[in-house]
Design a protein around this ligand. Structure first.
Ligand code: SF4
Length: 211
């Protein structure tokens, strides 16, 4: 049984989700793309260094393979996406953006102004705390198998939580770029992410929580 505050939090998240879906449909009508097609474009753009497979898009967006396949076929027909043999999987094809697709993906990846305004209205400390809470929620959903693994700092082999306590440049450390990492700089979808082994990730998580 959820307590009253949990109910309010989930209700609030639901309202924000409704506003985001409504905005996505409005933008879709303008761009001639469905929200799913826009999300797939943004997904491919975020993984341009290692072009994803159709199945990767379905998993990441939480949609069925058939829905992803229909949306990708539409994007190919519109000249926004091309398919090529996947270098690491002979049975799969990898997805790439055409030049036109890259332009459309940049538009698709932009947040509606009203959402940006609302988030930017939070002060710096509130935004950092909000991000920490999101990291905790996303990691929990991932750990429990409700969403596919995300490219979070807190699950990355390069993450050194609380390596520089009290350092104004950042209490954490990213070994990939060998630089301090502020709480507000934690990434939710980093292109340089490499998943840490479960025991390493769990130990890092405990250090992160203690920070
Ligand atoms: S490589 Fe990316 S995900 Fe990994 S710690 Fe650095 S910023 Fe975070």
């Amino acid at each position: 049984m959820a307590d009253e505050v949990s109910n309010k939090l989930l209700s609030g998240l639901n309202r924000i989700g409704l506003a985001m879906r409504s905005a996505a449909w409005g933008e879709a009508a303008e761009s001639g793309l469905t929200p799913t097609q826009s999300q797939i474009l943004a997904f491919i753009a975020a993984r341009a260094a290692q072009p994803p497979r159709s199945g990767d898009a379905a998993d990441a967006l939480g949609i069925t393979p058939q829905t992803a396949s229909v949306a990708i076929a539409a994007l190919v027909a519109k000249g926004l996406v091309t398919k090529a043999p996947h270098p690491g999987d002979r049975r799969a094809t990898s997805l790439n953006l055409t030049h036109q697709g890259q332009v459309a993906a940049r538009v698709a990846a932009q947040w509606p102004d009203f959402l940006l305004d609302a988030v930017q209205d939070l002060d710096q400390a509130e935004r950092a705390l909000f991000l920490r809470i999101l990291v905790k929620l996303i990691r929990r959903l991932q750990t429990d198998g409700h969403i596919v693994p995300q490219r979070l700092c807190v699950t990355c082999v390069h993450f050194r939580p609380n390596a520089h306590p009290g350092n104004p440049a950042g209490a954490h450390h990213c070994a990939y770029v060998d630089a301090p990492l502020k709480e507000a700089d934690l990434r939710l979808d980093c292109g340089e992410h490499t998943a840490a082994a479960p025991d390493v990730a769990n130990a890092a998580w405990e250090r992160f929580l203690s920070a």
